[in-house]
Design a protein around this ligand. Structure first.
Ligand SMILES: *Cc1c(COP(=O)(O)O)cnc(C)c1O
Length: 368
């Protein structure tokens, strides 16, 4: 095993998924487990399935291929590409849809593959990303009627998404409006939606506050079991494992990024000579703090941006990055670091996303 390395605690992930599935069942909500941050890692998908998740969602077909052999239902979380219909039907049991032409192509391909493909029809309730606009009721009804008539398709449910592109918060008001719209469509088209899929992890704040609109019975969730966090009030939830880490605790965290020290010395804090721009064409300003002890780590900006990581040792300071190096200041550290030592970092969601998508970062799975 080499460094940099991302360690993922799959036991804690499984535990968080179990708490989530159980807590949301209490208000009648089924959880679709979103694995997209891990870029299709089968180990993390398996962990949430062990925790009780029955359906795993990915935004890319290429990642659904990676979890092909996991025994669960699979969902494509993004509208299928016209150029990718064959693999969508092959690797996904369900997909999120809002384009009738795509839906027709899915039906045709499902006939060919002798499969039934399930459609989660997306409605845009105001976040202005995917979905048929909620005010275009005639279009929604026409699409539902056509799905009903098309061979080898089944309607999985009606879905909506909040707090993504438009940052429109999930509220009681738009939740109830979504439910009313669904009832109107059901009545007009003679269908019954098995699932009203009301959003992502940000919708959890309504459950936490005890004001969850009745009748909404499905969420597509990553962030809640990933970080044990409620994202509207930005608070950690007691019953989950979190990703914040105490250097004095020997336990491993949900996610830890570990980098190796490849050079360690004392140098001035201000460069010598005439200054130009850095590798990213930015000019920089350096404050003079004298000569300080510092180290180079074996990962850089192309792996993970330093804005999205935090040293577990609070006395370590991040100085900056180039493509393949991260520079840290060790002058104030009680720990006497040496070349070859490992320095650990916590990661936020963006950091985790970057780490999982970097082929330069090893992935390791721990269970302690
Ligand atoms: C990413 C995504 C989700 C899950 O989001 P989290 O914030 O991880 O809970 C749900 N629905 C759609 C359409 C998504 O793209």
């Amino acid at each position: 095993m080499s460094y940099p390395k991302l360690e993922i605690n799959v036991r804690k992930l499984e535990y968080n998924a179990r708490v989530e599935v159980r807590n949301l069942a209490k208000v009648g909500v089924t959880v679709m487990g979103v694995n997209k941050v891990f870029n299709g890692l089968p180990e993390t998908a398996e962990a949430i399935v062990r925790g009780g998740i029955k359906t795993v969602a990915e935004s890319r077909v290429s990642n659904l291929k990676k979890i092909e052999n996991i025994d669960c239902e699979k969902c494509l979380l993004r509208s299928p590409l016209m150029s990718d219909i064959e693999d969508t039907v092959k690797y996904a049991d369900i997909s999120l849809n809002s384009e009738i032409e795509v839906i027709r192509a899915l039906s045709q391909e499902a006939v060919k593959q002798e499969k039934t493909h399930k459609i989660l029809l997306m409605i845009d309730m105001g976040d202005i990303r995917e979905g048929i606009w909620f005010e275009n009721k005639d279009e929604i009804k026409a699409v539902v009627n056509e799905i009903k008539a098309l061979p080898n398709l089944e309607i999985y449910g009606l879905g909506t998404n909040f707090n993504c592109f438009g940052t429109a918060l999930p509220t009681v008001k738009n939740g109830v409006a979504f439910r009313k719209l669904a009832s109107e469509i059901e009545e007009s088209c003679g269908v019954k939606f098995q699932y009203l899929s009301a959003g992502n992890c940000t919708s959890y704040h309504l459950i936490d506050k005890g004001i969850w609109p009745e009748g909404l019975n499905h969420l597509r969730i990553g962030g809640l079991h990933l970080y044990g966090m409620e994202y509207v009030s930005m608070k950690y939830l007691d019953e989950y494992y979190h990703s914040d880490m105490d250097i004095n605790r020997a336990v491993s965290n949900l996610y830890v990024l570990k980098g190796e020290i490849i050079e360690l010395n004392s140098k001035p804090t201000v460069p010598v000579g005439e200054l130009g721009v850095d590798a990213f064409l930015q000019s920089k300003h350096f404050e003079d703090h004298g000569t300080r002890k510092r180290a180079l780590l074996s990962f850089g900006r192309q792996d993970i941006p330093s804005e999205n990581i935090w040293p577990v040792d609070p006395q370590v300071q991040i100085m900056g990055q180039t493509s393949d190096h991260t520079l840290i200041d060790l002058e104030d550290c009680d720990i006497q670091y040496r070349v070859g030592d490992i320095v650990a970092f916590e990661l936020d969601y963006t950091g985790l996303l970057a780490a999982c998508n970097s082929p330069g970062i090893e992935k390791a799975f721990v269970t302690d």
